[in-house]
Design a protein around this ligand. Structure first.
Ligand code: DGY
Length: 382
């Protein structure tokens, strides 16, 4: 096994915490040091394997801050428990890489980082939507290749989304935020698909429609689709904001792509396997006016054969949450989870997580997904 490089902070700390990747900012480290942690950070950019992480945990380790690229299952949680570990946090809001039942079985709380990715990720989904609609990737490649010989009426004609219909699959925090950006910014009608209705979103858009009417403008409409198929038939652009689990794996497959409009746009900032990527390659090949914009990939970091050659696909390397504020916030929340759990603090129970980004953070773990199963104490309750 290739030796990975590690750097140690606060070597005299009494609690040993492993951090599997370099994290941005400094508040996360301050928080761990304040909790008397010796912090060992892997400085390699390689994705760590289960064996790499097991050897880093070694005989004694109190907690780990891990990454969405790592396979946190029974083997790693068993190793962590055997080393005396009592806390884990993903440095991500998504935790499809974590077997939460296995963590619970080993008595290990699993933290995640909600609340700081919402606007950042929604903005990126908007950026990708328009990159696809207005063909900015193709146009930039054309410029860089020195092919621009003068203004042409027919050069890179794209799609105008103004007053058209945006489809959102998964209307949770990020999906709802994206929906509002598209509806308010571009006066689009919204159709969303979610197992739960989002009444707050529906009320917001109804109020925005009333506002437009009060100014003599046509209102916008919002509806929850009865079926995913209805949404796919109706929307001019579709953005995916679901979690990845068995019910959403290949949610967008060849049959469902075939239902979409010939010139529709599909955006994915959720998780790669929500889309059958090989089917998407085939669809984009056969339908040159269809466009896709992907931040995530089925076999990340690899791409399915042919994807890279398609001009009607925009591809970026899983950067939807990559603003400085968000990534530093994610690191701070993950460290706060671990620091609080090691100190025996309760779990936060309020939707606003931003107080944890202040120097004087609440004495609680911001977000622990198996808190109920482990019967962890909840902030403010006796
Ligand atoms: C997450 O936190 O789940 C995101 O995918 C990171 O961008």
């Amino acid at each position: 096994m290739e030796q990975k490089k590690w750097e140690t902070h606060n070597p005299t700390g009494s609690r040993r915490v492993i951090v599997t990747k370099i994290l941005p900012g400094s508040l996360w480290l301050e928080r761990l040091i304040k909790a008397d942690c010796k912090v060992e950070v892997c400085t390699s950019t390689d994705v760590l394997s289960v064996d790499d992480i097991k050897s880093a945990i070694g005989q004694q380790c109190n907690a780990v801050l891990g990454q969405l690229t790592e396979d946190w299952g029974d083997e790693l949680f068993g190793t962590l428990e055997a080393a005396g570990g009592t806390a884990y946090s993903n440095v991500a809001v998504g935790f499809n890489n974590v077997d939460v039942d296995a963590a619970t079985k080993h008595g290990i709380p699993v933290g995640n980082t909600p609340g700081v990715l919402t606007e950042t990720t929604a903005q990126m989904a908007v950026a990708l939507t328009f990159a696809a609609a207005r063909r900015t990737g193709e146009a930039e490649r054309f410029m860089r290749a020195g092919k621009y010989k003068g203004w042409l009426m027919t050069l890179f004609l794209g799609e105008l989304l103004w007053r058209k219909t945006v489809g959102v699959i998964g209307a949770g925090r990020i999906g709802a935020n994206y929906a509002r950006m598209m509806v308010e910014g571009h006066k689009m009608n919204l159709v969303y698909y979610d197992v739960y209705p989002n009444q707050e979103l529906e009320d917001y858009i109804a109020a925005y429609g009333d506002f437009l009417k009060s100014r003599g403008e046509a209102p916008v409409a919002c509806k929850r689709a009865d079926t995913l198929e209805d949404l796919l038939r109706e929307a001019d652009c579709v953005s995916l904001h679901t979690v990845l689990d068995d019910s959403t794996h290949h949610l967008i497959n060849a049959e469902r792509l075939a239902l979409m409009k010939e010139n529709a746009i599909l955006v994915n900032t959720s998780r790669g396997p929500v889309v059958d990527e090989a089917a998407l390659v085939g669809h984009c090949r056969r339908h040159p006016d269809f466009r896709a914009a992907l931040d995530v990939f089925e076999d990340e970091p690899a791409m399915k054969p042919g994807l890279v050659d398609l001009d009607n696909v925009v591809i970026v390397p899983h950067i939807a949450s990559a603003t400085r504020w968000t990534r530093e916030g994610m690191a701070t929340l993950a460290a706060s989870n671990v620091a609080a759990l090691l100190r025996g603090y309760p779990v936060w129970n309020q939707p606003d997580i931003l107080p944890f980004l202040e120097a004087d953070a609440p004495r609680a773990a911001p977000s622990v997904v198996n808190a109920d199963d482990l019967k962890l104490p909840i902030f403010g309750s006796r």
